[in-house]
Design a binder for this molecule. Sequence first.
Ligand code: C2E
Ligand code: MG
Ligand code: MG
Length: 943
Amino acid sequence: MKPLSSARLKTWLPLFFSISFLLIICMILALELVQGLNHYHEHAQHKMEQLSIQNALPIRRALENQQPKDIQVIIGSLSLQDELDAIVLTDEKRQILFSNRYAWRGKPLQQIIPESRQIEASQVKKFQLLDTPTGLLSIQPIEYSLSSNGLRKTKQVRLWIYLNTQRGRSAIIRQSVNNALWGLLFGSFILAGMGWVLYRQIGIPLIQLTAFSHRLAGGDYHARLSVNGNGEVAQLVDGLHQMAANVNQAIEELKSSEQRLSITLDSIGDAVMVTDTLGLVIRLNVEASKLTGWSQEEAQGRPVIEIFRIINAETREPAEHPVGRVLREGQVVGLANHTTLISKSGQEYQIADSAAPIQGEGGETLGVIMVFQDVTERYLMQSELSDTLNRLQALTNSLPDPCFVLSDQGVYLDILGGPEELLAKNREQLLGRKLTEILPPESANPIMETLQKTLTTGQPQRLEYSLQVPAGKIHFEGNTTKLNREDGAAVIWQARDITRRKRAEEDINRLAKYDTLTGLPNRRQLEHRLEQALARCQRNDNHGALLFIDLDHFKNVNDSLGHLHGDQLLIRIADRFRKLIRTEDIAARFGGDEFVLLLEDLGQDLVVASQHAESVAVKLRDACATPIDLTGHRVEVELSIGIVLFPDDANSEELIKRADIAMYRAKETGRNRACFFSKELQHIAEERLDIQRALRHALQEDELRLFVQPQVNVQGQWIGGEVLVRWQHPERGLIQPNAFIPIAEECGLISSLDSWVFSHAINKLAKQNAILPESFSRLSLNLTEPLMMRNGFIEELKSWLSQAVLEPRQLEFEITERVLVGDHAQAAAVIDDLRDLGIRFSVDDFGTGCSSLRYLQRLPLDALKIDKSFVDRLPGHTGDASIVETIIDMAGHLSLEVIAEGVETKLQLDFLIARGCKQFQGYLFARPMPWDEFFEKITKNAP
Ligand code: C2E
Ligand code: MG
Ligand code: MG
């Protein structure tokens, strides 16, 4: 389509109309002028022709009649008409005969009318009309005949009429100009009217349309132009309205499509950047803005290399730009690995993704779209993963246990870690082969079952199995984990060598059930078997018995002969028990020197059953009565046996307790005997427990009281006193030590009790120092083994002494023979230290224990206290008398003092004095008395 031309109507329209109008006026003027002139000319010609022709005849007649006047009249009348300039009648020689001016007569025509030269007179035969520049010249030949002399003579004159047309023409021109001016005036009015109409109808609409179009062009598509009528302008405005609406709608659609595109691009998690073919950024989404640090407005139009700065993460060299590559190659390119994007602010991101050309319909490249994403985290994770994999690899290689990756068919896919000798074959021989081909069926089958179970349940499984491998027969514990691999599910099989553990378990199992020393079932096993026996007896209405056996004075053996001999003795006793019982019975070692026999099937009758049990007890005692030779030492063993029959109202635990109570009773009633459990025994045992509990409380609540029994010399002077504890029980009153000291020893409270007595006695004695008579040399305190051997006892004692400000030499510690035969070296060390402080030592209850002359000699002792049991039957009992004499003699030899305990009678005293004993303690002199009473009396008795 040809381009439209456009001019400024404001200028061009009036100009155009004015010029057109002028041209029209000029044309009309010209036409009118030409027409007027033509008409004038034609009219003149016609008129001249008419005048010539009309007047030719009268002139001829006048000539023929020779009436010159008539001719002059004719010419005169002619000249009056139409302002003819010259009317001349010439002869043939063109001499003027007649003319409208008299003066011209006789003159040659050329002189008057110069234009007449143009007409050849000879050629004039008829009327002729000649246009000359100045006017019209007509010639009319007139022939006439004259009769003269009878002859008729024909002559010719010519009527010349000349009309100067210039005048006429000027008039016509003037008239035309006049007309033109009028026309111009009139036309101007019309033109102005037309202009006004045009301005109204076209100009104003055009101006408004122009303004309207400018508003539309300015984007105001809602602009409206109101038009009256339905002319072209209205149609044009309608069209424009429609067009604006369409454009607006198109723009709205474009906007919404743009918006959708923006939203879509922005909601893409990936960064998107679009460039044109020059590599200038067209747009980038929010994510791309975030990563590059450039906003859409900032980035738009800038070179992409400025916005998207990338380097190689490892070399830090600039990376090849994907946009350049796409533009060069025209195809999709992925970013190189390890690409780092440097944002505007200098922050670095690891990125990944691709760039692709945007192609038009014809396949031409319109630009490049880059899609990239921040993979920093993934990158780090990958590098961590790679590190982890490396570590894992190193770790698996160093695994102590072989780990197999097995397919669902049991094919060895991989073998990790573990020493070579734990593999059935070397790795190369195993890989790719089925374990069923390698391992014997008895191992392969359960392994395959476990493997399948792992795969079906997805849960780890465990299997213990044995395999013959180069290292020998190894017990393995297989632990499985399901492994999902790309080529299918597999199982990781960790094979742990548990051979040592297995053996240890077997050992533990054995240890758990059997006593290591004697090989007899141990306590746990006994309890277990007892429960079973109890259930059986209840079921079968049968009776059984439990014999609780304790070796009397076993501690003495242990202490005097040593633990090895003690152990030997226990082994020998166990052997004897084993031989004695029936196969269905059980002899168990319960701990220490305690054994338990479980006898089943003793019959349905309780009496018969008890007789059976008793007879077994007798057999046991008899069997042990035969001395046992322990590498040079002959030992006779006595047994205290507690018997309980079952089933009863007791469970297995209670039964053992009852048998123990019965055994305790046997011990209490003289040892080396059997004792049946009874309810009374139980009562006693329970009471003992009560005392234990109450004793703890007594210690905390200061319910203990210190009594002192005087020790006298031959003269009866109180040379010392033995501190003896009493228990002021809130309900039972004053309790004697025999009722609670053994219990305190049993339950481990004795050292606390002793330290209470020691600290209080030291403290109190220090306070009495001032009033003590000179004869009073010491206060005796009973020191038991637990306190003596207690860690830090010496320091404790020192602190009590220093706090109370008491001289150690004022104290004497009574120890029993048991302490001395125990850990001799340690006891000797303690005694040495305490002796160094100045404390005296005496051996209490001397003669009842396993005395050894060796320790009496070696230990730094001061005195021996003859036990009351020897003094009791003095002087009548010869045995005791000789023992007492021996003790006194021996003490003399060992330079030890002797003090006799339990002196109740004068006879006893005399005997003792006679044998050389110089110190005494007993009811004969005084019973134990409260502390204060003792010190009150001693001050009074003082010499
Ligand atoms: P032990 O150390 O041999 O004390 C002598 C015991 O003989 C005292 O009995 C005393 O009252 C008693 N006795 C002394 N002379 C006669 C007498 O002529 N006739 C009679 N029938 N008995 C006499 P007690 O006070 O009942 O103490 C008994 C045992 O309790 C003590 O024997 C001692 O082994 C222990 N004991 C007493 N107090 C304590 C103490 O504070 N600590 C420790 N560890 N044991 C103590
Ligand atoms: Mg004593
Ligand atoms: Mg004693």
